[in-house]
Design a protein around this ligand. Structure first.
Ligand code: AMP
Length: 181
């Protein structure tokens, strides 16, 4: 796999209770920017999304936000991005975030993050792309999800080769090694 030039990040519009989430968001944004890797994400200034984007911008990185018009109006759009792509629908947003990224990283998040993660993984399962998809399992946040995916495989409902689509790492240095060698 060639090293990704743009990484799409899925992450929470909230900050969460564990300070390690914010630390990892900032570390990820800064690390990608420091390597000259662009970030595509959901375009908001709130929560872990905003922290990732801020850290990347502070480190001189390129950050592209993709946000539906409705959320711009609700004033969650980040105003200090390299580019803000305003789209009509959530589906269009996911399509553009999928097209922009050479790799996909899910940080801790809620339903929106999980939706994005599972859609991009399903598109891989269907052969629509072969780009890496990685869970950044900060502070073990995704442990139960990982256990569930293993359960799905053990139950014969998720083929081993499809289970392998969703990779996992424990921290930002491990993510960088996985994506950039
Ligand atoms: P969640 O994990 O539920 O906080 O959702 C965050 C993910 O869904 C992000 O990766 C965004 O692309 C999208 N999203 C959901 N809610 C928002 C919001 N209020 N502002 C911006 N993006 C959001």
């Amino acid at each position: 796999m060639p090293a990704p030039k743009t990484v799409t990040i899925y992450c929470a519009s909230a900050s969460g209770f564990d300070a390690r989430f914010a630390e990892a968001a900032r570390a990820l944004g800064a690390a990608l920017a420091g390597r000259g890797v662009a970030i595509a994400y959901g375009g908001a200034h709130v929560g872990l999304m905003g922290m990732t984007a801020d850290a990347a911008r502070e480190a001189g990185g390129r950050v592209i936000g993709v946000i539906p018009e409705r959320l711009v109006e609700r004033e969650v759009a980040h105003e200090n991005l390299t580019e803000l792509v305003v789209v009509d629908t959530m589906h269009e947003r996911k399509r553009q975030m999928a097209d922009l990224g050479d790799a996909f990283v899910a940080m801790p998040g809620g339903l929106g993050t999980l939706d994005e993660l599972f859609e991009i993984a399903t598109w891989s399962q269907l052969g629509m792309h072969t780009k890496p998809i990685v869970l950044l399992n900060v502070a073990g946040y995704f442990d139960h999800l990982i256990a569930f995916l293993n359960h799905a495989e053990e139950s014969g409902l998720l083929q081993a080769r499809n289970r392998a689509i969703i990779q996992q790492v424990a921290d930002v240095p491990a993510l960088l090694s996985l994506l950039f060698g």
